[in-house]
Design a protein around this ligand. Structure first.
Ligand SMILES: Cc1cc2nc3c(=O)[nH]c(=O)nc-3n(C[C@H](O)[C@H](O)[C@H](O)COP(=O)(O)OP(=O)(O)OC[C@H]3O[C@@H](n4cnc5c(N)ncnc54)[C@H](O)[C@@H]3O)c2cc1C
Ligand code: SF4
Length: 517
């Protein structure tokens, strides 16, 4: 007989883990199905070689590009999902991102909810994920109903100097919102030890605000919540009319198991959520579950990001580098009327990351060894908004493998953002000639394998012809199927996506608590 629950949540990352914690105190019977296991706590968590060279925590999946060429996607299957490895830069989208925005390559569409509707949930998400930040420094910052729950993480000396130099050059650097449990007022009791192995690494001491530590673990303190690990959902079955999901079919330890629930929530990440719905095609849902509109899998986005490093004249001894952001080009520049994007810091370069991949640009400076380069590096992460295009999509091939067809959008804006940062270097006490693409950490120019910021594929909206989900993120075509991960995004903005997924998950969670009363 099928075991039955009030709610099944599939996937335990930013979307699923956050929802689990929100529903847990209700006493409702909640089942979490997670295809991965617990990420082992081991010395390799903080080993640059293990994480960046050996890809120890990257899934063994093979996906295929639009031409059928195989690649290994940068995805992470663990309790906590991608947040186990993320940089925990927990940004809100800008208020304007919720409306229609004109870009160089076209329109970034409006969301079906306004910023003001999501605002209370951003505040709650910042609280749950212990975000450290400072309001009032970033001119593009959207209005907030509460201060950050924790003070901003201080800049280390070289980043403070960068901040001062940017201000002197007329810019508005700000303290970036960081999800690390650092208590600078009481170091002996701080969970976070402020190390250099954060962005892209798991946190050995569980001080990163990830969805395992602050989502799943608190949820499991409630006896009504059950977690099954290594439980990959392969299919969702419906009733004969196709109006409700009746069972999740699970592959666990080589055997098939089935679980039922009144409500089923999918949160597998944008690519895998689309995959699950597509492979759940049936007589009543011939093109895939909830896919009468043919929108499932479409509008895949992942940010036009570039990881670059500049060479500081002095050595950069910063350990935790992600404390600074710059949004002065978010909506455009004096010489460009369209949005360019966000500039932030990325985890500090280490020579071991470059092993075997000597950046071409260093040929310009042959006296710079990789070690010396890493010591002087100041590392930036430039993100331009990627526009949703129906032809950028997840499909399944004959063997049910993911096929990701993607053509870049907004390349001109991305090029200009890079040029803007490069033009600033001389004023920032950095070598003016070199803004070097990083050939580590998600690779240069983030080819499609670097799908860390994947979003879209099941967007929510009010029109069933152009969206998969309604305003509550319930499938238009089914009574009890919801999605709460980044796949719901109608547009992605140019800031990191996790906090928005968490906030939206809390919003949908409130709707579910009402529904389940
Ligand atoms: C290296 C790295 C750095 C990043 N840095 C940042 C950052 O600084 N700030 C930020 O905002 N974002 C960052 N991101 C992105 C952020 O982590 C994601 O946007 C976020 O985790 C997405 O949440 P999600 O719920 O959509 O998916 P995920 O968090 O990926 O969760 C999906 C979960 O579903 C599980 N799953 C998948 N398929 C199945 C199935 N069939 N059955 C059962 N379970 C399944 C997966 O194992 C996973 O646990 C980063 C990501 C990476 C990889
Ligand atoms: S900086 Fe803090 S949160 Fe990040 S890995 Fe180090 S100890 Fe963990």
């Amino acid at each position: 007989m099928t075991e039955s629950y009030d709610v099944i949540i599939i996937g335990t990352g930013a979307g699923g883990g956050t929802l689990a914690r929100h529903l847990a105190p209700s006493g409702k019977k909640v089942l979490l199905l997670e295809r991965g296991g617990w990420l082992p706590r081991e010395p390799e968590n903080w080993s640059t070689e293990a994480v960046f060279v050996d890809n120890r925590y990257v899934s063994a999946d093979t996906w295929y590009d639009g031409n059928g060429k195989p690649f290994q996607p940068g995805v992470h299957y663990f309790v906590g999902g991608a947040t186990k490895l993320y940089g925990a830069a927990l940004y809100r989208l800008r208020k304007e991102d919720f409306g229609e925005l004109r870009h160089h390559d076209g329109i970034s569409p409006a969301w079906p909810i306004s910023y003001d509707e999501l605002e209370p949930y951003y505040t709650l998400a910042e609280d749950r994920y212990q975000v450290h930040g400072a309001r009032g420094e970033d001119p593009t910052e959207p209005p907030a109903s509460a201060p950050y729950p924790h003070p901003a993480v201080s800049h280390e000396p070289r980043i403070q100097q960068l901040s001062d130099d940017l201000e002197a050059a007329g810019h508005h650097p700000f303290h970036a919102p960081c999800g690390i449990m650092l208590d600078e007022s009481n170091p002996p009791y701080s969970t976070c030890v402020r190390c250099s192995q954060c962005d892209g690494f798991p946190c050995l001491v569980h001080a990163k605000s990830d969805a395992e530590v602050l989502g799943v673990r608190p949820a499991l303190e409630h006896p009504n919540v059950t977690l099954l690990t290594n439980a990959r959902v392969t299919r969702l079955e419906t009733n004969d009319a196709g109006t409700a999901v009746t069972e999740a079919v699970v592959e666990r330890d080589g055997t098939e198991e089935r679980y039922g629930a009144d409500v089923v929530v999918v949160a597998c990440g944008a690519a895998n959520t689309a995959k699950l719905l597509l492979q759940s095609a049936s007589n009543t849902h011939a093109k895939g579950l909830a896919n009468g509109s043919d929108q499932v899998g479409r509008n895949y986005m992942y940010h036009d990001s570039t990881a670059v490093l500049a060479l500081s004249r002095e050595e950069n001894e910063t350990a935790y580098q992600k404390t600074l952001g710059l949004n002065d080009f978010y909506f455009g520049a004096d010489d460009f009327e369209f949005p360019l994007g966000n500039v932030q810091m990325v985890g500090k370069s280490q020579a071991a990351m470059f092993r075997g991949e000597r950046p071409r640009e260093t040929r310009l400076a042959p006296d710079w060894t990789l070690e010396r380069m890493a010591k002087h590096a100041i590392d930036f992460w430039l993100s331009t908004e990627d526009l949703p295009r129906p032809e950028n999509r997840i499909m399944l091939d004959g063997d049910r493998n993911i096929r990701l067809t993607y053509t870049e959008t907004n390349a001109e804006a991305k090029r200009r953002l890079y040029a803007k940062v490069k033009s600033l270097l001389g004023k920032l006490d950095m070598n003016p000639d070199h803004l070097i693409h990083r050939f580590a950490y998600m690779k240069n120019d983030i080819p499609i394998a670097g799908c860390a910021h994947q979003a879209g594929t099941c967007r929510f909206g009010s029109d069933p012809a152009t969206s998969v989900l309604d305003v509550n993120c319930k499938a238009h075509e089914l009574d009890n199927l919801y999605v709460v991960d980044t796949s719901v995004f109608p547009s992605i903005g140019a800031v990191n996506p996790a906090l928005t997924a968490m906030a939206n998950s809390l919003r949908v969670g409130d709707h579910l608590l009402e529904r389940l009363k």
